[in-house]
Ligand binder design. Structure first.
Ligand SMILES: [Zn+2]
Length: 492
């Protein structure tokens, strides 16, 4: 394979891949006729990209539903429905959509309007606030309900929604949607994900592998409720879930130790600004410290690492205490708000900060409201990196899109709109953001995993202006993605 070896080679080199690893890097390697040769034609080569925090089924389903988020009125909503139906194979399977908000529309939506753009295919749209649903006549018929003139609201809608989910072929069998989402991720250079699906991922992957989902590296997590099942199966972190297929392995124990900023439940050391009117002025933990220590100790005993969701600084401190008390290793998921004095502790314990840069601009306004006195300590990527904390970038898809280039671009340029970057002193360089996206694989050399990405542009040669650089990174053209020596994406 001919390619350019990142920043480390002055000119094009060839790579030999053997048994899933890079066996040789050099000038003009010779091939025997039996070798598969990929003509990289001087493209940029780098280690494959990882997303360290995903919910892949939720992501796959959200991609298949009609995206109505931000639709402006009934016409816009109906246009999106029409365009979606035009883009999928014809059939009579239920199609679902999500995200319209009709509260400010000049007239309420009607069943007849939806019928006019959908025809006989059952279509059900869920409102963005979840409190009502807009069905066409075919969807009413599918549920065996009399056709109502307009949306179902509140309890009627909740009952209908539960049944719709059971009828949604994508939700009942997510494998086809997942296959599509995986190939889209490969097209962005993704070779591996950490799967934090709530239905314990380690139980679902063996059947998916049997059905041919074998191109992605997956670390499948468990939650505490399935910990004894993991122990019973004798699975340790890193073990293949299916003998002979080593791409999908047992991941960590995941614990969601506190809430989130947007629901005002992230657990902080100090009250939220204006928090006196909240039931929990500092947010709150989801368990007491003793329970956290016990479950982490049990995970360690059975050979699992631990990933602790901790968003507020009090939750981060508590998780650090628990890591220290148990000698457990693993990752702090999110680590959005961290006390300055806890950053060296993270480094000292060797805990990876598993962070989602694209959430920073999403949280900017709500942070400026509730945490305005502490925004300098939010998403403190630079401070963590400088202190020696290993960083791993991710998306928490579907919370933000499963797109490593969006994460990298936002780590470099902390703004998603025309505003100046938010706390730019905490931004990373492109090289640092890339290094935080390759699962510690560093450069490409003999002995590296044959998980590689060939790019049609040099990520380190973008424009100097950080906004223009972010746009350049978000458009990064991925030519070829290779997992374990096998081509899983080729642009042409
Ligand atoms: Zn998550």
């Amino acid at each position: 394979m001919g390619g350019q070896q990142a920043a480390y080679a002055a000119g094009p080199v060839d790579l030999r891949l053997q048994d899933g690893v890079v066996s040789e890097v050099g000038d003009r390697l010779t091939t025997s006729g039996a070798d598969d040769v990929i003509e990289a034609e001087g493209r940029w080569v780098m280690p494959g990209l990882w997303d360290a925090h995903t919910h892949p089924v939720m992501w796959a389903l959200s991609r298949r539903r009609i995206d109505l988020v931000g639709s402006t009125d009934a016409d816009d909503t109906l246009l999106r429905v029409r365009q979606h139906l035009d883009g999928i194979p014809a059939g009579d399977a239920l199609v679902m959509g999500y995200g319209y908000r009709s509260g400010a529309w000049t007239s309420p939506p009607t069943t007849a309007q939806l019928d006019a753009v959908t025809g006989a295919r059952p279509v059900a749209l869920a409102a963005g606030d979840g409190h009502n649903g807009w069905l066409n006549s075919a969807a009413f018929a599918l549920l065996g309900l009399p056709v109502e003139p307009g949306p179902l609201v509140e309890n009627q809608w909740y009952a209908a929604f539960t049944r719709l989910e059971e009828l949604d072929p994508d939700a009942v069998d997510p494998v086809p949607a997942l296959a599509e989402a995986i190939s889209e991720a490969h097209a962005k250079g993704i070779v591996g994900i950490v799967d934090f699906e709530f239905a314990s991922a380690f139980t679902t992957w063996p059947a998916r592998i049997a059905r041919g989902l074998t191109s992605m590296r997956v670390r499948a997590a468990t939650y505490a409720d399935q910990l004894e099942e993991v122990a019973r199966r004798g699975l340790r972190t890193g073990d293949p879930l299916v003998p002979g297929h080593d791409l999908v392995t047992m991941g960590p124990l995941k614990v969601i130790s506190d809430g989130s900023l947007n629901t005002l439940t992230a657990w902080c050391c100090e009250p939220y600004v204006g928090g006196e009117r909240l039931e929990h002025p500092c947010g709150r933990p989801n368990q007491d410290q003793g329970e956290l220590v016990d479950v982490m100790a049990r995970a360690r005993e059975i050979g699992l690492t631990t990933a602790i969701h901790a968003i507020g600084d009090r939750a981060v401190a508590g998780a650090l205490d628990a890591f220290e008390a148990t000698g457990q290793v693993g990752a702090m998921e999110h680590a959005q708000l961290v006390r300055w004095e806890d950053i060296p502790r993270l480094a000292g314990l060797g805990i990876t900060a598993s962070v989602q840069p694209a959430h920073a601009p999403d949280d900017r306004d709500v942070s400026e409201q509730w945490w305005t006195d502490r925004t300098d300590r939010l998403y403190a990527f630079r401070a963590m990196l400088d202190a020696g904390v290993p960083l791993a970038l991710g998306s928490d898809a579907p919370v933000s899109p499963l797109d490593p280039w969006l994460a990298i671009a936002t780590a470099v340029h902390r703004s998603a709109d025309d505003r100046q970057p938010w706390h730019p002193e905490q931004s990373l360089t492109v090289a640092e953001a890339l290094a935080a996206s390759v699962d510690g694989q560093g450069t490409v050399a003999a002995g590296s995993r044959a998980d590689l990405v060939l790019l049609d542009a040099d990520p380190l040669a973008g424009p100097a202006d950080s906004g223009a650089l972010a746009a350049y990174l978000r458009r990064m053209p991925v030519a070829v993605t290779i997992v374990g020596g096998r081509v899983v994406h080729r642009a042409v």
